[in-house]
Design a protein around this ligand. Sequence first.
Ligand code: AMP
Length: 307
Amino acid sequence: MIIAETIEQARNAVAQARNVRPHAHKTASQAQGTMSQARNVGFTVGLVPTMGALHEGHLTLIRRCRTDCDCTVVSIFVNPVQFGTGEDLESYPRSIEADLDVCRTLGVDLVFTPSARQMYPGENLTWIDVDRITDHLCGESRPAHFRGVCTVVAKLFNIIMPDIAYFGQKDAQQLAVIRRMVADLNMPIDIRPCPTVREPDGLAMSSRNRYLAPGQRRQALCLRRALLCAEELIGAGQTDPAAITAAMQQIVDEQSDAQIDYISIVDNELLQLVTCIDSQVLIALAVRIGPARLIDNIVVDPPAAKA
Ligand code: AMP
């Protein structure tokens, strides 16, 4: 344990902790050792959990973490247990060298890049399930997904022990689930949401956008168009979720390669389906465009709730 009693000691300890940059840690105990050094000098530690193939969406989370925290940790781990059979675990884009370069450029203090064997050395018998919030949206179409997400995020929290963790609104259900897990399990971690970062034409940035051929990339804009249409309808006074989802469906169905997984309108806390839009809602959709399953969402306040 490092105890800094003078400015010089503190500076040395800071330098020591900063020295890990841009070294990648491959084991949980390496990462834990570095983090306890950082915390012992009173650093605020921030964590940005990712699956790598970093893009501007991730970078925004990392920059925010750098601004808020003394010590920024990025984890890069394609978590096998959150993928279902037949999903894209094997083909998920991996670009570790480029990711490390990006982290280096952004001044990340620690990159945690464990192997699957490190994270799951034996059969995993302990899982975290968050009820209700996972009933609909991706929880319905990817049944074991959030259990895998919560379990790995809890493990990352236990390894890094961050004060603050950053999650994107792009994965709105994931954000809601993690917030609830942290509250229900009394995890002493501040969850900070970050807005969805989009390409100039409106497509939400995603590692899976790399799967899209140019024609499919154009078709993928239907997700954002459908969400903006929903927002406009609600702004004009439409309160019937069925009418809104029908309009959204029509927009998506115009694209030859698009296959709707779900379009749902839910309350923005427990993510339960609403029958009338009279308070804030989360409108979310998942659409397969060729090989890519894309998700996007928008939070909308009806005019009555704004008044
Ligand atoms: P992933 O690597 O896809 O698991 O994402 C890691 C984190 O980055 C999650 O908290 C995501 O919500 C967030 N993220 C991914 N894409 C975006 C985006 N376009 N805008 C904001 N955050 C994002």
